[in-house]
Design a protein. Sequence first.
Length: 666
Amino acid sequence: MPLSEHHRRHIIELLEQGQDLPPDYKHLLFPPERQEYELVYAGKEREEDILAETMAVPLQPVKTFGGNGDDWHNMLVFGDNLQAMKTLLQWKAEGRLVNPDGSRGVKLVYIDPPFGTGDVYTISDDPGAGYSAKVRGAQYIEFVRKRLIFLRELLTNDGSIYVRTDYHFGSYVRVIMDEVFGRQNLRNEIAVKRTRTLKGEARRFHTSTDTIYFYSRGEDNLFNGFRLEKEKPEWVEMHLPGERKDESLLYRTFFGKMYKAPPGRRWVLSQEAIDDAIARGLIKENPNGGLPLFLSKFQTLGSNWTDIPGYSKTHNYPTENSEVLLERVIMSSSNPGDIVLDAFAGSGTTLAVAEKLGRRWIGIDCGKLAIYTIQKRMLTLREGIGNKGKPLRPRPFTLYNAGLYDFSQLKRLPWEEWRRFGLLLFQCRDEPHTVGGVQLDGYRGADDVLVFNHLQHGGVVLGYGFIDDLHAQIGGKVGARFFIIAPAASVTFLEDYIDKDRTRYYILRIPYSIINELHSRDFEAITQPVDESQVNETVEAVGFDFIRLPEVECEYRIAPREGQLMDEAVIQIKTFKSRAMVKGATQKGNLETLSMVMVDYDYDGEVFALDAVFYATDIEKNGWEIRLPLEALGKQVMIIYIDIYGNEYREIKTPTEFQAQGAAHA
């Protein structure tokens, strides 16, 4: 496919200016060769377009747990994983993701993406407690493929990826992994136990396993393997199938006597290892006169992992992978200090086990339920796999927003940080240059960009006069489009652009209502579920927005518990309206934009520790009431109301405040 006119013009301009081409452009100029075979379906995009055109979004630190922000901190990212990974790919290029061996990137990836089906997987006796991943067919395959492409680019050359899937689309996932990683880099197809049952299996065998596809980035991947301790040690001979061309390697000395490996076999241990094992009493002479025997306490793990649980109920999160499963993955394909990434972090099993095994970690998820589940989990870890043993204090980790930002924090940034954030937010390259004597900040594509310094001289504004003066200096020296990034409050006119001669001056406001003319597709907000069946739905969010507190009005009271003598704390939601600037949000009526309500029964004043979640569909069925066990409430309760776009409104209440019929307003 030929280069677009936009890319061709941009490349020519960069070459004329003697500048380097962005790393993404290697995929445009040198697209990968077509595979021997590949999956063809509607909506399939070119790899080079996916890598070049995906929007990178800045990672805004929200809170650091257990540290001061210096050096490496483990990362928990709320946002669309595709956009977040584009930013992480830039971090890799800048040398910000480095493993102890000096390799750049992520050493290990584990993902358990939604399975792209309509099946319901129950997590308890409650038939409504489960999830349903409803994206099907080509749309689902492309959703996964895009992420696999970025994950491959994020991996180190010796890195590995493990992808869990089920029987519905597993065969297609394997084909696209062959395309993305190369068929020669398939290492294993691993069978794992599926502990959930499905309806409608009366006329077929029960589906009892899922599949994990284990691929490497290249031929020389890091692999430690994994050993299982035998219930009862046994004495065995020490040879395996496989001949040695070097005759000297066929011989080993035991107790002063030389032995040759049997035909077609080879010795397992080196002579040095044999001498050490003899000294430790692990090798003895064969009482039957045969080859010496080794006391085998372990067996090598194969690709059948059905001996362990595939899922866990420890944190009551849909599709929570078990810690023993992740222990095998992380031990096998990483070393202490290596970076482990889970782009569908869910309940945080990958991150928790990485922490326990001394790895560094990055977790990404677009669900607020996942973020708060992980936050609590990481702060209540126990040393042992399976959440057993003594409490474990995690190393510092930072929560980031990617695509939904707190503007009040941005306004407090010093100028240089504000300038950089603005350039990143609108996909501009940070390349200062001068045109007509005016210092500009970078480029958006091939077009010039100026970040308006609203902090100059104690505060200035951007009005028509500024545009007139700017055009008088650079008019005729810039292209058809020129971009100015500025705080919305500093712009005195309403237009999104102003035309001067042949140049259109676009104003990119922060906060920003999207100008669709600038993008090939509309921006889409991250959406939060309104019931548990939607928790793991595949959602793709493109672009960014700013946090806007919803309008909330509630009544708090004490009421009798139905059928019992004890009372309950009751939250009656009267008003809930989202103030998000997302398209269509303002047309929704009262209570239509509520996603869920989360509660910390005993808030410590520092960290919200999720105790209960109530989904909008269930709240509506209960007459927009939420009932809390009065005996579970501590000195104060934190309540978080979340709209379907991820915006939060927080309340702190004491048990005594439930006595009066008070109201809370945003």
